[in-house]
Design a protein around this ligand. Structure first.
Ligand SMILES: Cc1cc2nc3c(=O)[nH]c(=O)nc-3n(C[C@H](O)[C@H](O)[C@H](O)COP(=O)(O)O)c2cc1C
Length: 314
């Protein structure tokens, strides 16, 4: 379509390349998604992503991608694997991790915290796709102008660093200039939610929180149990942890002796004064999104994907 980025035909072709039997992606989660979760989800027929920085270094990243490939060997129906790369200059591993992804021909690279531009040409050169994670329509336009094949719209209610825009408004505004694949993130935890993403004119749903309590998730047991026991009223959106608004589990603050209602509304919270010993922002203050109430129990990734497929079909 003239004047727009992407086209409907290309959009169909790109989505088909992900080989997914459910139009959804298990979203990358810092310290949570690793090769175990990705392999199980992809084997079950849904795209799965992990952040490259979850591996301690680029060598381990290469090992993980090898392990995932071995775990998917012979599974012809397996969906595509995706790696989340931080393209911001503060990521000193960017070049090395990108080289590893190129070596392993990772089918989908999802860029975060920066422009997708530096990865587009090298990833296209081996036939891979680049989606960019964005949280406003203005950033979506920039990412499209910089060559992203697809856009991940992080909407209100997402676990971890969240957006603030309603998915309905976000998708319609972005569709005015972008005909490529759109992925919607934020609060989606059911097959019906995935169906709704298609109805609003997007292509794929992005689910993080729904997989937090999976057996294959790297979250510690207390975190998984808290996810199962929590609902929307346990979610707190605060910028006090990293400087950017993030959805967190209120009980995880209480657990380490922080009053979630006494967090500063401006600036970061000083964690150095806690009585409870060393608290690490990402390790000990746990993230989850508005959809946390949709996690019924601790179960296998395969069972989660099966439940999503059943709900989607129904
Ligand atoms: C524990 C946790 C860690 C996350 N870490 C990352 C990350 O490292 N990179 C990233 O792009 N997004 C990260 N996210 C955001 C997810 O990729 C995704 O946008 C979000 O989970 C979607 O919303 P939902 O949790 O409501 O499904 C994280 C989310 C959670 C819950």
């Amino acid at each position: 379509m003239t004047g727009k980025f992407g086209s409907y035909e290309l959009r169909q072709e790109l989505c088909a390349r992900l080989n997914t039997t459910l139009p959804a992606v298990a979203a990358p989660m810092f310290l949570v998604s690793g090769p175990e979760l990705v392999t199980s989800v992809c084997r079950a027929g849904m795209v799965a992503a992990f952040p490259s920085l979850n591996a301690v270094n680029s060598d381990e990243l290469s090992g993980w991608l090898g392990d995932i490939a071995a775990g998917l060997a012979g599974a012809d129906d397996a969906a595509a694997v995706a790696v989340n790369l931080v393209t911001h200059p503060s990521n000193h591993r960017f070049e090395d991790d990108l080289a590893v992804c190129i070596k392993h021909k990772v089918p989908l690279i999802i860029t975060a915290l920066g422009s997708p531009e530096p990865v587009v040409a090298p990833v296209h050169a081996y036939g891979g796709l680049v989606f960019a994670d964005v949280n406003t329509p203005a950033l979506a336009l920039k990412a499209a102008q910089r060559g992203a094949d697809g856009l991940v719209l992080v909407c209100t209610g997402a676990g971890g660093h969240t957006g603030a825009v309603s998915p309905f408004a976000f998708v319609s505004e972005v569709r005015q200039f972008f005909d490529g694949p759109i992925v919607v993130a934020g609060g989606i935890g059911s097959g019906a939610g995935i169906r709704a993403v298609r109805s609003m004119g997007a292509d794929l749903a992005y689910l993080g929180t729904r997989f937090l309590a999976a057996h294959e998730s790297r979250a510690v047991d207390d975190y998984k149990n808290m996810v199962v026991d929590s609902g929307f009223s346990d979610i707190l959106c605060t910028a006090a942890i990293t400087g950017a608004p993030a959805n967190k589990l209120r009980p995880s603050f209480v657990r380490v002796g922080i009053d979630p209602d006494a967090l500063p509304t401006k600036g970061k919270f000083d964690l150095s004064n806690l009585d409870t010993g060393e608290v690490k922002r990402w390790r000990d203050l746990w993230s989850a999104g508005h959809g946390v109430g949709a996690v019924p129990e601790r179960e296998s990734a395969e069972d989660i994907v099966t439940a999503l497929k059943t709900g989607f079909a129904a």
